[in-house]
Ligand binder design. Structure first.
Ligand code: IMP
Ligand code: MG
Length: 198
């Protein structure tokens, strides 16, 4: 069945259809195994601390929900949001932080969690904003890291922040599911799939 999806896409004349969902890249079972391992390992690494997990919305929601339930130690949760993609085109990263964010991360052990590391612009910008608030320590975790065929030249003034921990390295293709979207859709797919393009 080819169900048409998305008012916006229809207005733009795009043929957005349910079979945008291409091949499965990482199954729900493989995700569950890796994420519960990460939760247990990171909880051990932060033993004796009460880290603040800063989740970058919205893509990390399913990952975050599974990660924190596999994390037995004490931790706090904070959120920021970042937007950059329009369809499959990356644009400038815009961050928004809640008003009381600064005093909740200052002096704390902060772990930033994002869904995917692509060009690195989002993680670098998020870490820059948090570093300015003077946390005791700042580390990063991403579910996915794309191995770009031709990575962009790093900006001279702000070197790219690399993730400290990665769930899965994947090849350079646009992925959907388990939080990752294409024009706002498919975040609810329980596994990771390639976007079928063309
Ligand atoms: P970066 O800033 O280029 O590293 O991209 C990071 C952000 O872009 C992620 O938080 C995602 O929201 C989005 N993104 C990058 N690649 C993909 C993809 O393949 N599918 C869906 N979203 C993506
Ligand atoms: Mg996105």
């Amino acid at each position: 069945m080819r169900a048409t999806l998305g008012q916006g896409a229809r207005r733009r004349g795009e043929a957005l259809v349910a079979n945008d969902i291409g091949e499965t890249l990482i199954s729900a079972e493989a995700i569950a195994e890796r994420v519960s391992g990460l939760g247990a390992a990171l909880s051990d690494l932060y033993a004796g601390r009460e880290p603040v997990i800063v989740a970058i919305m919205k893509g990390c929601v399913p990952f975050l929900a599974d990660l924190v339930r596999a994390w037995p130690g004490p931790m706090h949760l904070e959120f920021m949001s970042a937007e950059s993609y329009h369809g499959t085109q990356a644009g400038e990263v815009r961050l928004s932080l809640p008003t009381d964010f600064a005093h909740r991360v200052a002096g704390r052990h902060v772990l930033v969690v994002d869904d995917i590391y692509d060009t690195g612009a989002t993680l670098t910008k998020a870490c820059g904003a948090i570093a300015a608030l003077e946390p005791a320590d700042l580390r990063t975790l991403v579910l996915l890291r794309k191995r770009l065929a031709s990575p962009p030249a790093p900006p001279a003034d702000a070197p790219l922040r690399e993730p400290d921990w990665v769930g899965f390295d994947i090849e350079d293709r646009f992925v959907i599911g388990y939080g990752l979207d294409y024009n706002g859709l498919y975040r609810n797919l329980p596994y990771l799939a390639a976007l079928r393009q063309g």
